[in-house]
Design a protein around this ligand. Sequence first.
Ligand code: GRF
Length: 221
Amino acid sequence: MTADGKARLAILISGRGSNLQAFIDACADAALAADISVVISNNPDAAGLQLADGAGIPTRCIDHRDFPSREAFDAALAAEVARWQVDLVILAGFMRILTPAFIQPFSGRLLNVHPSLLPRYPGLHTHQRALDAGDREAGVTVHFVTLELDGGPPIIQARVPVLPTDSAESLAARVIVQEHLIYPLAAQWFVTKRLQMTEHGVFLDGEPIPATGVDYSQETC
Ligand code: GRF
């Protein structure tokens, strides 16, 4: 916690940083009662690092290419995040598969956003896969991170229609608008202690969250 009682966040990125920007905005307008303590990238060229700089947020780059193995990179990443004593770790377009060396120390306070309606389409190219399958709707899931890739328990999902004219790019553009809404909301639930992952499951306000997460369209707060 910060001196004024706000939760401390670490945000991990690899690229553009539009979800990072949504967090910066949510913290600024008090939709999210948190401070971003640090932004860490594995990619020195990530545009999101400039967004963080512009907002006065400390940045670090830990380049995965400097490490002999995934585990060695993850151990260095975990040590850096631990230094900042954060309450919650946000993966925001962080494009590295994480091993237990990183996931275990932050289990229960590690969130990810995935651009599909999990459990459909874990992994990459989600929008093209939704188009190829002829899906009529697509969307995004915020979930707790566990050892299974994109397999941790969903917290919230938002849905969008798939239009007959859609390309992967146009669908991604429709989905990301929803990402920017539901990801800071899930973080706000966490930092206000409404959201928890325990050995018994995932709970919002003490009630079990459905297997595919809270449906954002039904959400009123
Ligand atoms: C988002 O679509 C996110 O769901 C996925 O990677 C993308 C990151 O975009 N994991 P940005 O860097 O936040 O703009």
